[in-house]
Design a protein around this ligand. Sequence first.
Ligand SMILES: O=P(O)(O)OC[C@H]1O[C@@H](O)[C@H](O)[C@@H](O)[C@@H]1O
Length: 282
Amino acid sequence: MASSNITFHGQPAIELSLPEGDRAIVALHGAQVLSWTPAGGPERLYLSPEALFDGQAAIRGGVPVCWPQFNERGPLPKHGFVRNLAWSPVPEAGDDHTVVLALRDSEATRAMWPHAFNARIEVGLAPQSLTIGLMVENTGREAFAFTMALHTYLRIDDIDAVRLHGLGGLPYWDAVTDTHPAPLPSGAALAIQGQTDRVYEAAPAPLTLADGLGRLSIAQDPVYAQTTVWNPGAELCAKLAQMPADGYRQMLCVEAAVVDTPVRVAPGEVWAGAQKLSVVPA
Ligand SMILES: O=P(O)(O)OC[C@H]1O[C@@H](O)[C@H](O)[C@@H](O)[C@@H]1O
């Protein structure tokens, strides 16, 4: 097993690799996982071929960390600010199959959000699985509250063929129509038809994504009360930054999220939770 510093698209990154052949790449910018290739299988994360690596913009693809605000639900920049900042490796906290990156509050973050914090992203690679954990410590004297998402872009081979299992019976908010439609029947799989932007109550068991690349289990810790499912569809995709017009056909975001009720963290307290992706054997 090994962890090494590399340059990926001109930006500093860390590569993890296992003797079995599994590989993952994490950029320091945004502490963003940009690639996960389980041994013997295809790339499982979508990274836009038009992604910008300028050390400022949020990179389109992989696993952007959206914190301390989900989407535009508050006064901060969309999806918060940590996806736009360079995080620092914490080598002593990691090992050959785990990368840990940290970000503390700074003058720049306090100008946007007046709180003291120590955030960590822990990326763990194991044979046929990848775990991404966010930990947030309140290092200040006052409580703070946040919403967030691990905005995982899963790579798929064809949007028309993909099915997401495990959301049956769960209430959801449809952000495209701003409605609360009836849940999917229990046991039914979600097929993606056009622009899809939904905030589901978290499922009690892992979801399964199925398409021509195989089956992937998507688990999230119970601290994530919601799971969001996003695909821009053809029309919106054509207008999105850092995205080819047909990019929506190869990606589906399934996000471990806290959207509806902000998490409150008291001084000295730590909040932590992970999303785990695992290849389901054929
Ligand atoms: O383009 P961004 O800022 O990365 O956001 C992408 C999408 O992120 C999703 O989580 C939201 O539900 C969508 O509404 C949003 O458009």
